[in-house]
Write a protein that binds this ligand. Structure first.
Ligand SMILES: [Zn+2]
Length: 271
């Protein structure tokens, strides 16, 4: 569902909202100060320009104010499409925001410290919000490489190990990402995914174009289930960032052929 606060539009998952004890959001392209129009919400530092970096901070501050969060507690990483799960302790809390000099490479974060939003950025890659009820949260960035590496399941396993929680008490929301119809790939990528997740139902093939299509959300779902999360505890939002119908709402790396003016941000925090 989309929540509108002034000009800011945030996507939220209904199941996670209903549980309580946790907060989360996924930004859209609207409500910030980026872009030629001055109203786009770019959440990514990756363009590495001084001026844009300032705007990213301002954008995140706008979301922080809307959600009543301390902006310096936002914690982020340098995403490298790997499978490292970073445990966010008090020393690391605020990385890239309150502690701008602290830049750590990882694609997932976990923490049991309240009011410390874990923040990842996404073009078409899958955001996975993980909540160990009343105990801890995790935020995952999973592109196709992260999917092949099973980073979502590894995040759950790390939370189970680090915080002594049961996977049966873990709830996951799979946020907006590129859908199977839009995620067209060549054989080498298909083979890599297929090796890790062989279920035929996750893929289709178009013989006319000689292209494959993979269901990244479905792969994440299987990764989470393999880690012990019950299927009923997983919400698959089913919103595509790339489908034409959503082009006014989300940036899409694929949909805009790499000309996208920004990336979305995903945040989760323990209340
Ligand atoms: Zn789509």
């Amino acid at each position: 569902m989309i929540e509108t606060k002034k000009n800011l539009k945030l996507y939220k998952d209904g199941m996670l909202e209903a549980i309580g004890g946790v907060g989360h959001f996924f930004t859209t392209r609207l409500g910030g100060v980026s872009g030629a129009s001055g109203n786009l919400f770019n959440a990514s530092f990756s363009r590495e320009k001084e001026e844009e970096s300032f705007k990213v901070r301002e954008n995140v501050s706008i979301a922080a104010r809307a959600e009543d969060l301390p902006k310096d507690r936002f914690t982020s990483v340098k995403q490298i499409h790997g499978d490292r799960v970073l445990k966010v302790t008090e020393e690391i809390a605020g990385a890239r925001f309150g502690k701008p000099e602290l830049v750590i490479e990882a694609d997932a974060m976990i923490t049991d410290i309240p009011m410390t939003p874990l923040f990842t950025t996404h073009g078409d890659c899958v955001p996975v919000f993980v909540y160990a009820k009343g105990r801890a949260v995790g935020m995952v960035h999973s592109g196709w490489r992260g999917c092949a590496l099973g980073i979502a399941g590894k995040t759950v396993e790390t939370m189970v190990r680090e915080y002594g929680v049961s996977p049966r008490d873990i709830f996951c929301a799979i946020g907006p990402h590129i859908c199977k119809k839009c995620f067209e790939i060549d054989e080498p990528v298909y083979l890599q995914l297929k090796e890790a997740y062989p279920d035929e139902a996750l893929y289709t093939y178009n013989p006319v174009k000689n292209k494959y299509y993979a269901d990244l959300g479905g792969i994440v779902m299987q990764s989470l289930e393999k880690a012990g999360v019950p299927r009923d505890n997983i919400s698959l939002g089913g919103v595509c960032t790339c489908c034409e119908v959503n082009r006014d709402l989300f940036f899409s790396h694929r949909g805009e052929k790499g000309q996208n003016e920004g990336l979305m941000g995903a945040a989760i925090w323990l209340r």
